[in-house]
Design a protein around this ligand. Structure first.
Ligand code: WA2
Length: 282
């Protein structure tokens, strides 16, 4: 009867949605592990060797050649922790000023032409990007602590020692919403029981990856059949009363059959869900 038909449809939708959510979550988890390994690479071969065995060219090539290991990421970069007393020496050594992300002309920031950005105003400390994959070369020299989402991520990453995620925000040089994943790099191996003060003290930099969510989810779903069958949306549901749409087009909550599958991106501070519907009404 129609009830049986309805529950069959419900089961089909649930299993299709759960499968897609699981695929996205697994790909995210794989790339998160590789970003973590890159943080250890920088710790070992940049901070652990004198002279360093990594420069921009080496980092860029290695990042590019291993990008197949990080599905869903649009690029990786490394920002150094620089305290104010070291700023002048740092800028001399690199031959450029530390830039700030904010500007009176927001278009300059979004287009991200570092030569046109203002030098960072005096701060206790900075996080200028020194190494990057070619795809995010436009953030080199920018102080990542001068952007709200990047700054919060940096502070949380170094105090926790875990990989942490931003809320969705508009990435530089992109028209889409994305998220940034950050791991802190420490100058000594820390015990899992180290306090956050010990972690902050031992911090030397921040390895981050950016995820351009809409284009990357699109790529993932494209590989699957069923694109004709279901509509997929991805939300950041950290604030349950104000979910943020990260992928798809928002539809007014109608009463049609829909499934919410949980997505675990490994940061307990953030919640995500995949919502699926059938395209055709029965
Ligand atoms: N990476 C790429 N595009 C961005 C961005 C970012 N952050 N922020 C805004 N647009 C080097 O956590 C350290 C990367 C930040 C890492």
């Amino acid at each position: 009867g129609s009830r049986e038909f309805h529950s069959r449809r419900e089961e089909t939708l649930a299993s299709m949605c759960d499968e897609r959510a699981r695929m996205l979550q697994d790909q995210f988890n794989v790339s998160m592990n590789h970003v973590h390994a890159l943080a250890i690479l920088v710790s070992t071969f940049h901070h652990g060797k004198n002279p360093s065995a990594i420069d921009q060219k080496t980092f860029g090539e290695y990042a590019e050649r291993t990008s197949f290991e990080r599905p869903l990421t649009s690029g990786v970069a490394y920002a150094l922790k620089v305290v104010h007393a070291e700023r002048e020496q740092f800028e001399k050594q690199h031959g450029w000023r530390i830039k700030k992300m904010e500007s009176d002309d927001q278009a300059l920031v979004q287009d991200c032409i570092p030569e046109k950005l203002d030098p960072a105003p005096v701060q206790d400390e900075y996080a200028p990007v020194i190494f990057s994959q070619e795809s995010v070369a436009h953030i080199v020299s920018i102080d990542m602590m001068s952007g709200k989402e990047d700054r919060e991520n940096i502070l949380r990453a170094r105090a926790s020692g875990k990989g942490v995620l931003t809320s969705p925000f508009k990435l530089l040089k992109s028209n889409n919403l994305g998220v940034v994943l950050t791991f802190a790099v420490y100058n000594v191996p820390l015990s899992p029981h180290a306090t956050s003060e010990q972690r902050i003290e031992a911090t030397v930099g921040y390895l981050g990856a950016s995820y351009d969510v809409p284009s990357l989810v699109e790529k993932l779903l494209h590989q699957l059949a069923s694109r004709q069958t279901i509509v997929v949306n991805v939300y950041d549901t950290t604030n349950a009363s104000a979910p943020i749409l990260m992928y798809g087009t928002d539809v007014a909550e109608d009463m049609s059959l829909f499934r919410a599958s949980n997505l675990d991106f490994g940061d307990p501070m953030r919640k995500h869900e995949m919502h699926c519907r059938f395209k055709q009404k029965p």
